[in-house]
Design a protein around this ligand. Structure first.
Ligand code: CA
Length: 230
C-alpha cells in the first residue's frame, strides 16, 4: 500500500537514494533538510511515517523524534532513525527518544523497505495491505473489498479509508479533528462536519448486512467502531 514518507536528511546523496527507492516502491516522498522544515511539513499534514537522520544541522534527529512523541497530535507517527552510529548506547538513546526502529548507514534499500514494512505493521496497521476483520466485517486493502458476513458491500474511497482506520484502531474514540488528521491528511480546507457526512455515508454502505451498528457516535467526543455489544 502506498504511504507518504517524510524523509528528514541533510546529505543530498542519501536523501536522493532513499527518496528514489521509496518512490520506486510506490510510496509518496516528501523531503526536508532539517528539523524545522520537517515540523512545517508535519504541521500541514501528518505523514504515514518519518525517516529521520540522527545528525542534522541545528536540532538533532533524536531531539526531533522526542519532540514529535511529546505532542498528542504527532505522537503516533511511526519513526525510523537513520544513523552512521552503530554504538549500542546510541541505539538505546534513539529508541528511548521514541524511534520505532533504527537503521545504520550504509544500509541497503531492501533492508530499509523491509524495516518500514515491519514498523508499519506494528505501529500503523491502516497503512499496510493486511486484511482486517471485526465483528463479521472484513476489509481487504489490496483488493479494496469490504464484506459483511461474506456479502460484498460497496464503499466510496473516503468511506473505505475511514473504515480502514477505524477498524485498525477499534474500540478507541476518535475526535473529528483526529479523523481529519489521520484519514484525510491534508485537511486545511476541510471542515469538521465533513467527517459527519462521511460517517453517515459509511453507515449507509454498511446497512445491508447490519454492520452500521458497529459505528458508534460517542456524544461530545467523536466516533468509534466497536464489535462489543452495547
Ligand atoms: Ca546528516
Amino acid at each position: 500500500m502506498a504511504i507518504t514518507v517524510l524523509v528528514v536528511e541533510d546529505e543530498p546523496a542519501i536523501q536522493e537514494l532513499v527518496a528514489v527507492n521509496l518512490a520506486h516502491a510506490g510510496h509518496h516522498v516528501i523531503r526536508a533538510n532539517d528539523a524545522d522544515a520537517a515540523l512545517r511539513v508535519v504541521q500541514a499534514a501528518l505523514p504515514d511515517l518519518m525517516l529521520i537522520d540522527w545528525m542534522l544541522p541545528g536540532q538533532s534527529g533524536v531531539t526531533l523524534a522526542r519532540q514529535l512523541r511529546s505532542d498528542a497530535r504527532t505522537k503516533d507517527i511511526p519513526i525510523i532513525l537513520l544513523t552512521a552510529r552503530a554504538d549500542e548506547q546510541d541505539k538505546i538513546l534513539g529508541l528511548e527518544a521514541g524511534a520505532d526502529d533504527y537503521v545504520t548507514k550504509p544500509f541497503s534499500p531492501r533492508e530499509l523497505l523491509a524495516r518500514i514494512k515491519a514498523v508499519l505493521r506494528r505501529r500503523a496497521p491502516q497503512s499496510t495491505d493486511d486484511p482486517v476483520d471485526l465483528g463479521g466485517l472484513r476489509l481487504e486493502p489490496a483488493t479494496h473489498r469490504v464484506s459483511g458476513n461474506g456479502q460484498p458491500l460497496s464503499l466510496g474511497p473516503t468511506e473505505f479509508r475511514l473504515l480502514h482506520f477505524l477498524m485498525t484502531h477499534a474500540e478507541r474514540v476518535h475526535t473529528r479533528v483526529q479523523l481529519l488528521d489521520r484519514v484525510w491528511g491534508d485537511h486545511v480546507f476541510v471542515e469538521e462536519r465533513t467527517v459527519d457526512v462521511h460517517i453517515r455515508r459509511l453507515r449507509k454502505a454498511l446497512e445491508p448486512t447490519g454492520h452500521d451498528r458497529l459505528v458508534e457516535t460517542v456524544r461530545g467526543s467523536g466516533y468509534r467502531i466497536s464489535a462489543r455489544p452495547g
